[in-house]
Design a protein around this ligand. Structure first.
Ligand code: PLP
Length: 426
């Protein structure tokens, strides 16, 4: 058997579908975010990044860098092993306390990434519940789908953000059966928000456990950055709040917060927690510094919201098809994988603007888009340059400049297309 041709064939198939991914070679510049150096064919050029998930620029914050450098200097580079073998580095103990406090929960448990936290926590929680039924929003992230799969439990999908459909499924289940509802707060490809309160009401009515992914909201919403549930005063009604340290907090790692019993059970039973080396102390300290800063300071959140609105307004007025979003995420509709890639390439090569194309399977086919994520550091001058570049590219590619896409009639939080496909974005 010629093994290599099989792999080459798999790659060729992606290329034929115009969704082969190329990663830009970028070097971010501390003190000058969102500016970065882009290298291609031995040429280095300065570009502006418009699609980073370091949403608040905390990756360059002095208190975060200070904590990281100081801790690495004092405690070394690595964690030295799994927590089973090497115990827990003290900065990780402090980080878990900081997270529990952020979400008003008894305990926190940190993993090496948000992906791992969803995979490990969802699969373990569901597996420990007898004959558990998992109810999952159809647009949940790939890491949640992986956790559901690994649990081996029965699952039912409910139509995206459709609580009437969720109730139908809850009603159809046996009243005494264990149920776990898994959903996100901010869906990162459309920028829409789930009806958390209504979901909690249903969970209460039908005796279900709730698990929310606040990955695209922690640090950015709520008076202390606890996420959308913090903003809406609902954190105490959700059983498990999951988040990442890698997006708005600007570092690396994932976590859950919940009761002591849930965190202890996941700690004790989840292979994805037990059999892998812990987060290095320097990263734990940096993440804790970032969380502490954002608990006290709302400046970054306010500036981010301001610049996101500015981008929506300026691009919308220029006729660009800005998709409806009630958050900091600004998707611009293209609707074709080839044109999406071409637009992205032209922006980078001719305008020094980096926005990677979002194609299937991250979003449904036919809804390909550019996903813009303004930070507090994307000032009005940069917004203006973005507008000019996008309009030029749109005209050259013959894409329509017919203005913002109207939200679906029923609610502003509905995305444009609702097709059940696994998500792998983020
Ligand atoms: C990015 C993402 C994750 C994974 O978080 P990482 O820390 O990057 O592994 C989980 N859930 C959602 C919704 C995401 O977008």
């Amino acid at each position: 058997m010629n093994y290599q041709t099989i792999f080459e064939g798999a790659i060729d198939q992606l290329k034929a579908e115009k969704r082969y991914r190329v990663f830009a070679d970028l070097e971010r510049i501390v003190g000058r975010f969102p500016h970065a150096i882009w290298r291609k064919d031995d040429v280095a050029r300065e570009v502006v990044i418009w699609c980073s998930n370091d949403y608040l620029g905390m990756g360059q914050h002095q208190s975060v860098l200070g904590a990281m450098i100081e801790t690495a200097s004092g405690m070394g580079a690595g964690a030295g092993g799994t927590r089973n073998i090497s115990g827990t580095n003290h900065p990780l103990v402090e980080l878990e306390a900081e997270l529990a406090d952020l979400h008003g929960k008894e305990a926190g448990l940190v993993f090496t990434s948000g992906f791992v936290s969803n995979e490990a926590a969802i699969s373990t929680i569901a597996r420990l519940l007898p004959d558990c039924l998992i109810l999952s929003d159809e647009l949940n992230h790939a890491s949640m789908i992986e956790g559901i799969r690994r649990s081996g439990c029965e699952k039912k999908l409910w139509r995206h953000n459709d609580t009437a459909h969720l109730e139908e499924l809850l009603q159809a289940a046996e009243p005494g059966r264990a149920k776990l509802i898994v959903f996100e707060s901010v869906y990162s490809m459309d920028g829409d928000v789930s009806p958390i309160k209504e979901i909690c009401d249903l969970a209460e009515k039908y005796g279900a456990l709730t698990y929310i992914d606040e990955v695209h909201a922690v640090g950015m919403y709520g008076p202390r950055g606890g996420g959308i549930a913090d903003r809406e005063g609902l954190m105490d009604r959700i059983d498990v709040i999951e988040g990442t340290l890698a997006k708005a907090f600007g570092t690396l790692g994932g976590y859950i917060t919940a009761t002591k019993a849930i965190c202890d059970a996941v700690r004790s039973y989840a292979p994805g927690f037990i059999f892998t080396t812990a987060l290095p102390p320097a990263i734990a300290a940096a993440a804790a510094a970032s969380i502490r800063h954002l608990k006290r300071s709302s400046t970054e959140r306010e500036m981010q919201q301001r610049q996101a609105q500015q981008v929506k307004d300026v691009l919308g007025e220029a006729g660009l098809p800005v998709m409806p979003s009630s958050t900091h995420i600004v998707p611009i509709f293209v609707g074709n994988p080839d044109l999406c890639k071409q637009a992205s390439d032209m922006l980078l090569e001719e305008h020094g603007i980096y926005i990677q194309p979002i194609n299937y399977p991250t979003v449904p086919r036919g809804t390909e888009r550019l996903r813009v994520t303004p930070t507090p550091f994307h000032d009005d001058g940069l917004v203006e340059k973005l507008r000019a570049a996008l309009v030029e590219v749109w005209e050259r590619l013959g894409l329509p400049l017919s203005g913002p896409i109207e939200p679906a009639a029923e609610t502003v939080d509905q995305p444009v297309a609702r097709v059940a496909v696994p998500r792998s974005g983020g």
